[in-house]
Write a protein that binds this ligand. Sequence first.
Ligand SMILES: [Ca+2]
Ligand SMILES: [Ca+2]
Ligand SMILES: [Ca+2]
Length: 360
Amino acid sequence: MAERVSLAVTNLDDRLVPAALVDSTETPMTSMPPFKPSYALGSGFGSQSRVQVLDSDLKFRQDFLAFEAGFTGGVRTALADFNGDGVMDIAAAAGPGGGPHVRVYDGATTQDLFSGNPVLAIAPRLHFDEFVFDPKFAGGVTLTTADVTGNARPDLIVGAGASGGPHVKVYDGDTWELAMEFFAFETDFSGGVTVAAGDLSDDGKAEVVVGSGPGRTNGVAVFDLSEAGQISRFSPYGTSTMGLNVAVVEERIVVGPMSGLGNRVLHFDGTALFSGSAETVLGPVTIVAYDPGFTGGVFVASADVDLDGRDDLVVGPGAGGGPHIKAFDIDDGTLLDEFFRPRATAGDAWSRAGVPVGRA
Ligand SMILES: [Ca+2]
Ligand SMILES: [Ca+2]
Ligand SMILES: [Ca+2]
């Protein structure tokens, strides 16, 4: 049963604009030819901030460290073409242990395929390079991309990670100004949030879907940030207090456990929240992502891995699992693809740190 309340969003256009970005007049040293990415992989806590982008043939097209080589808090990533040049750009958010650092790399000037060197050495162009919360906050950042403002250009959505408040911010991906911010759950909740987005109300503006971190009754909050906005909330796993990873795959709201119930991904009809009767929310449909004995949690994301024009569900394991990536058809649950991400270098230790998957 979904609860709906009206929503007032504070417009923050007049707030501080992020400080100067990296000089974009610099001549790129490399140029990335356009390709259609199918997988955007981050790295789990305890590993370097390695980001890997693969195409539908599982060919690695980009592979680089989003942050300094000494940072081992992992990274989350999501793709979108922010500058409209036809090449998907790469948003990267630092995992726990450092500051709440988010960078958006220009996809056309970012690549470091298997060279072993941090991409920072080749001076990629950055569209965005900011601490998105209090610089002293060390819980990590979750992120996704979607057009929230409705100008047909993608925006950047970030949420505070573990130990943070339920704080969500939307940065306009055209101007990089902070467009909106809100608290998705009780303001004194400190388990952090995960974020996803997609247009569920069919008005050309993406709704922001927020999952609660651990420590409260598990909750999904769906925010329509348009003028006619509403909030819908539900608890997909009953009274469990485990945290939730979230995604929007086409019209489905997908939730995966952070840990605990481990392997069971649920998805719901997100459009039912906006059809006039919240009681008609259908589902859930269950996809068993991994072996029932695995309790490390499941990361979830949307990407069109079979290039049929409809997004599919991509899952990655939480901590403790091997780097086993899978893709499912969201409509019938068919397993479309699965593979193990290779090690970055022989003997590296990150292969069981988990693989946060991102929108591609
Ligand atoms: Ca681009
Ligand atoms: Ca936009
Ligand atoms: Ca909408």
